[in-house]
Design a protein around this ligand. Structure first.
Ligand SMILES: Nc1ncnc2c1ncn2[C@@H]1O[C@H](COP(=O)(O)OP(=O)(O)OP(=O)(O)O)[C@@H](O)[C@H]1O
Length: 378
């Protein structure tokens, strides 16, 4: 198994293995060299400084009845302004926890998170209210959470504008009508939610979320209750909002169609980002024909940790330790060739919890050797 640098194009990955070997530097690093590197780093911009959404080693621990659940375990995520991207992951991986934090409804336990320059850890109650009203809009899976049943579609869209204040009624009516038109909902203006189809309700919810022109639109399983054709229409509404208004959009979804339609899909696993699928259009040099190419990348976190896919590690019997070798253009990763390592590998690399990490804790991380170690392949 070998690891190559990101070629800038964007293919997919699962269980986390941590490398135990580091290539030896040719000569010991001098103090002067360390000082030079530290000085160079001081001049560097902060992590995610140019991203609209920046989550840096985000942690969220829930404590219920003395039991701690680590929903987010040092999650890193950057989202650029104007992006339309999807978040995927197994049930319980931490997607909703992340969305609630980004929505300003929950506060992380540790780490850093900024959205449009707002610090989500240090905002006071007033700033948090303003953030939810002006900076982010949300669309939830349950339509009842998105729309008020006794208001028409137009009135629902006007409500956030009214709560913010500052615009006359005529201006609010015009702006709300334009949003509904943009999402092909003119015919729904004067209908109440129960008079709308599921897809129309969700598209109206998108118009409501866009009412105060937020920088970011967050959607948690917005097509979860819809058939595939209707889901497609709802996704088109997100795309329209992204293209016409430039709104940055993050969609949590189990819907593969939605995940396939965005340029970037980030997978969350056990509270951390694990892999990313990037899609781009390539043109064949001879035929001129365009095709969509999708590639999956593993994420290297800021501590240098890399999650390797379980299917890769188990097929090579990699259970707990691996050997690393630095090549000119990639890093080689080999099964542990020590006697006990080989015995573990022959055991199938299974650790009883199915995550291939050998620690039995189900978190997919190869704990205990994060700083690297011995075992360089000579
Ligand atoms: N308020 C809470 N109190 C205690 N534990 C919680 C709370 N909210 C979430 N959790 C736990 O945190 C972990 C992540 O939950 P989260 O809802 O973020 O996952 P998810 O990826 O959104 O799952 P799903 O796809 O099923 O919605 C789970 O183990 C969950 O049980």
């Amino acid at each position: 198994m070998s690891t190559w640098p990101d070629d800038g194009a964007g293919e997919g990955l699962g269980a986390e293995a941590e490398a135990v070997a580091r290539p030896r530097p040719a000569t010991p690093t001098s103090l002067a060299e360390l000082e030079r590197r530290a000085a160079a780093r001081r001049g560097q911009p902060a992590y995610g400084h140019d991203a609209l959404i920046a989550c840096d080693r985000l942690v969220r621990v829930f404590s219920t009845d003395g039991v701690e659940v680590q929903a987010l375990q040092g999650l890193d995520l950057l989202v650029a302004e104007g992006e339309l991207m999807a978040l995927v992951g197994a049930s319980g991986s931490g997607k909703s926890t992340l969305m609630n934090i980004l929505a300003g409804l929950d506060i992380p336990t540790a780490g850093a998170a900024t959205v449009a320059g707002r610090d989500l850890l240090t905002m006071d109650a007033g700033a948090r209210l303003g953030y939810r009203r002006d900076v982010v809009g949300f669309v939830w899976q349950q339509t009842a959470r998105n729309l008020l049943p006794y208001l028409t579609a137009l009135q629902n869209v006007m409500l956030p504008m009214q709560l913010r204040g500052g615009r006359r009624r005529a201006a609010r009516t015009k702006a709300a009508g334009e949003l509904l038109s943009m999402l092909s909902l003119d015919h729904c203006r004067d209908r109440r939610p129960h008079q709308l189809s599921g897809g129309e309700q969700q598209r109206t919810a998108i118009a409501v979320a866009l009412a105060n022109t937020p920088s970011v639109l967050l959607a948690d399983e917005p097509t979860g209750e819809l058939d595939s054709h209707t889901a497609e229409q709802v996704f088109t509404a997100f795309r329209t909002a992204n293209e016409e208004l430039g709104t940055t959009i993050v969609i949590v979804t189990h819907d593969q169609t939605v995940a396939n339609e965005v340029r970037r899909t980030v997978a969350i696993r056990d509270g951390r980002t694990s892999s990313e699928v990037l899609r781009r259009t390539e043109r064949d040099a001879t035929t001129g024909q365009e095709s969509l190419v999708a590639r999956e990348y593993a994420m290297l976190d800021r501590a240098g940790r890399l999650q390797l896919p379980t299917e890769y590690t188990s097929s090579l019997g990699m259970a707990h330790r691996v050997l690393l070798e630095l090549e000119t253009d990639h890093i080689g990763v080999w099964p542990d060739d020590t006697a006990d390592g080989a015995a573990q590998g022959r055991g199938g690399g299974e650790d009883g919890d199915g995550d291939g990490d050998g620690d039995g804790d189900g978190d997919g991380s190869a704990n205990g050797d994060e700083a690297g170690g011995t075992g360089k392949r000579d």
